[in-house]
Every structure is written in C-alpha cells, then in structure tokens.
Design a protein around this ligand. Structure first.
Ligand code: ES4
Ligand code: ZN
Length: 318
C-alpha cells in the first residue's frame, strides 16, 4: 500500500460521532440532539451550519485527556491506512470556549501524539490555528500564546474559518508575530473565496502554503505564480464536494492543478463530517484522476517536503 501524509486536518473535526457521544456522556456535557441525523452521523446543511455543528461537537472535548483521546483515536485510524505523517490543526479558541487553558489543550494533544507514535510508529505534529470569523483580536491572542509557549510538536501557525469575514491584512499582526518567531504559516484561501482571496493572502500574510487554494484554477496567471513560487496547495477534494463547491470528484480540479505544475497534496479536512479519511482521499484520487502508485507516492513526497516539521524528520520520512 502507498504511504500517505496529511497536512490539512482540523483536530476537533476528527472526533467521530461515537467519540463525541462518549465524551458527552463521560463529561455530562449536554449535547444538542440536532448535532446528529437519525443515522447517527453529524447533521449539517451548508458550510455555516457545518461550523455550528462542529462547534457543538468540539464543546464535548472538555479535558486534557479528551484531547489526548481525540488525537490518539485519529492517528490510530490514519496509521491503519498507512499514513506515516499527519500535521493537525489545533484550535486553542475552541479549548478556551470550554474553559481549557492553552497549555492543557496542547499537553493533551502531545500525549495523544506520543501514544500513537509508540503504538503505531505514526508521526503527528501540530499547527496552532486561529479562526477567521472569531476576528483579529482573538487571532492575535492565539498568536501571542503560540509564540510564548514553544513545544517540540508545534511546528507552525495557521487560520481556518469563514474566508468571507474580515480581510487577510486584519490578521497580519498575528501571522507576522508567528513568522518573526521563526514559524511557517498557512491560511485557508481559495475555498469559498475566489482567486482574489488567494492573492490577498499572498500579498498580506507570510504564508508558505495555502489551505485549499483550489480556486486558483479560475485564474491561470495565479496558477502559474503558485507553481513558479512552489507554494503547496492543501487540497481536500472530499471536503470541497461535501460543502458543495464541486459536484463530484471528476468535476474537482485536482488533476488540472497537478498538471499545471502546482505542488498538490491530498487531505481530509474534517473526515467524519465529509464522509472521508486520508486513505479514502488517496483511493478516490487514484480512481478518478487515474493516478498510478508512483503519482500517489509523489503526492506523499510533496506533503513531506511541504511539511512544517524540521528537516531531520523529513529526511527520516522521505
Ligand atoms: C474550518 Cl474553523 C474550521 N474548523 C474546521 N474546519 C474548517 N474548515 C474551514 N474552517
Ligand atoms: Zn480546513
């Protein structure tokens, strides 16, 4: 089986409905029944409603050990699919919203990474993220805690959330703080925003990768620029289809971006919400884009080269 690597997955968004129900029961956290459909899967209709559902589910992760378990459970599933490296977005804002400190939240995730490494050999790393629609002030606060609290598993800084809210320049203070402290950064752009949203990110933020960036396909000059500058795209076809951006895998521009010379990677984003996994993304890409094992191995190599971890680890993994 082809070895896999993942660069774009939201840790709070990896918790399965079963795990969310278990944590809610253990913690006595009231869980809105509207969080689930009658088949037990997460219930949401569009991107905004997805974010609402995600926040409800994330609010069941209440303790350091919950974070350990969510992390371990996800990495165990990835290891079963022959993933060797996973970079996970953590959200200190979601932890803070349930009263957990930055350090507790980080400590739980790190313990999950340690347990999974010991048991399965899989390597996990953390990208601390802020949430765009929570606004620039909260983002700067996350960045300040991020630079004040170095940890060997924390390798970068990023931002998710609703691309239509605010402007990238509003988040320049947060991103510059992270960048000046020596960290690489990535931002969600070119998912619900078009090419202009990608340009605005590149012009205003010190990003070395793009979260999604898929809508560069709509602007050939931008596509050429991304290819020439070697800015990797964290592509997530299953996520884009689930949220209605493209009608199916064949309509997704993964292959066209790859053929245009862009550095492409495959990612699951929020796997149980989008009925996907890192293994499923590789399988579906192979089938729909007629990729050989060599193509898939190159995608894994792209991801490891684009990873934010140190070079010694990359050498080990490559
Ligand atoms: C996201 Cl803030 C956030 N959380 C989970 N998934 C996302 N996709 C885009 N923003
Ligand atoms: Zn994302």
């Amino acid at each position: 089986m082809v070895k896999k690597a993942e660069l774009h997955v939201h840790l709070e968004g990896t918790a399965t409905p079963a795990l969310v129900r278990k944590m809610a029961a253990q913690n006595g956290a009231p869980l809105d029944p509207k969080t689930f459909k009658s088949d037990g899967e997460f219930a949401w209709t569009d991107f905004w409603d997805f974010l609402r559902c995600y926040d409800k589910a994330a609010a069941t992760i209440l303790t350091k050990d919950d974070y350990r378990l969510v992390t371990y459970d996800y990495l165990a599933r990835c290891a079963q699919e022959e993933a060797i490296y996973v970079e996970m977005f953590s959200s200190p804002d979601h932890a803070a919203d349930v009263g957990m400190s930055y350090v507790e939240h980080l400590g739980g995730i790190a313990a999950g990474i340690d347990d999974a490494k010991k048991e399965f050999g899989i390597v996990g790393r953390i990208i601390v993220t802020c949430v765009r629609h929570f606004g620039p002030e909260r983002a700067l606060n996350v960045a300040q805690q991020f630079v004040a609290t170095p940890h060997p598993y924390v390798v970068g800084f990023g931002m998710g959330g609703d691309e239509a809210q605010f402007h990238p320049k509003d988040f320049a203070p947060a991103f510059n703080l992270a960048s000046e402290a020596g960290y690489k950064t990535t931002n969600h752009a070119g998912e619900f925003g078009g090419p202009e949203s990608i340009r605005a990110s590149l012009e205003n933020l010190p990003v070395s990768r793009l979260g999604h960036g898929v809508r560069a396909i709509e602007d050939s000059a931008l596509m050429t620029e991304l290819a020439d500058r070697g800015i990797p795209l964290e592509l997530s076809p299953g996520s884009n289809i689930a949220t209605g951006l493209y009608k199916d895998r064949r309509a997704h521009p993964f292959k066209a971006l790859m053929e245009a010379g862009c550095i492409v990677t495959l990612n699951s984003d929020d796997p149980p919400y989008f009925a996907t996994s890192i293994g499923h993304e590789y399988d579906e890409a192979a089938r729909n884009y007629r990729l050989s094992d060599t193509d898939l191995e190159n995608i894994t190599r792209n991801a490891i080269r684009a990873a934010f971890c140190d070079d010694a680890l990359k050498e080990e993994l490559l």
